[in-house]
Write a protein that binds this ligand. Structure first.
Ligand SMILES: *[C@@H]1O[C@H](CO)[C@@H](O)[C@H](O)[C@H]1NC(C)=O
Ligand SMILES: *[C@@H]1O[C@H](CO)[C@@H](O)[C@H](O)[C@H]1NC(C)=O
Ligand SMILES: [Zn+2]
Length: 208
């Protein structure tokens, strides 16, 4: 699957789910705290880059949640990334954006290992959905931009939607074109697809 940019390891998560209780990497929820600082594993020299991305993800997520909460019907931005507007799908999106915003991304644990066998080379990041707040970052993450589209912050938001305690989203498709097409063809999947949450949040090019 060479085009896959990022995915959750559902098989691994299923094994973990049977072996151990879900991990709660954080004891607090709520808004960004000045005292927060991530836990890092194997990320020497990249801590501030990651923390900046985490902070940016918090800001991006807040703005997106507020936008989704304000919607009363379809908008170009909504329809582009989530397809035909229904109250049920809007409620799902609002629930997921609201829930991930209760997470403090500066309280997450970032693990710069990315050495799982079989991972495609262009994977940006991955999580085990039951390991809440633990995000594995791959070399491609550090090549991503800090603003615009396909950002580091967007990747963190994407991964956050995968956690079982958040949105339990899947990676049905990845990439802009596939995500746009999914919104048109299968909005029930788009509302459960992590990349669509990321692109909707980044909103590049800008749509109202
Ligand atoms: C970063 O942004 C520039 C300018 O928009 C773009 O050309 C480049 O492909 C981006 N890099 C990545 C890794 O997406
Ligand atoms: C979306 O709405 C349009 C217009 O009502 C309709 O033609 C189309 O079939 C709908 N798409 C899906 C996937 O339901
Ligand atoms: Zn993913």
């Amino acid at each position: 699957m060479p085009s896959l940019k990022s995915f959750s390891l559902l098989l691994a998560s299923a094994l973990l789910a049977g072996a151990a209780p879900p991990l709660n990497g954080r004891s607090e929820t709520g808004s960004l705290k000045a005292a927060s600082w991530p836990t890092f594993q194997q990320c020497e020299g990249r801590e501030t880059v990651i923390a900046k991305a985490a902070n940016d993800a918090q800001i991006l997520g807040k703005a997106t949640k507020d936008y989704v909460a304000s919607l009363k019907g379809p908008t170009p931005r909504y329809t582009t990334w989530f397809g035909n507007f229904t109250l049920a799908r809007h409620a799902t999106a609002l629930n997921i954006y609201s829930t991930i915003h209760t997470n403090d991304y500066l309280g997450y644990t970032y693990i710069c290992d990315c050495d799982l066998p079989g991972l495609p080379e262009d994977v940006v990041a991955y999580v085990y959905p039951y390991q809440h707040g633990m995000v594995h970052l791959c070399p491609e993450f550090f090549r991503r931009n800090t603003t615009g589209k396909n950002t580091q912050a967007g990747s963190i938001l994407h991964e956050a939607t995968h956690f079982s305690d958040n949105g339990a989203t899947e990676d049905w498709v990845s990439g802009t074109d596939n995500s746009l097409k999914l919104a048109i063809d299968d909005p029930d999947k788009a509302i459960n697809n992590a990349a669509n949450y990321k692109y909707f949040a980044e909103n590049v090019p800008f749509l109202n």
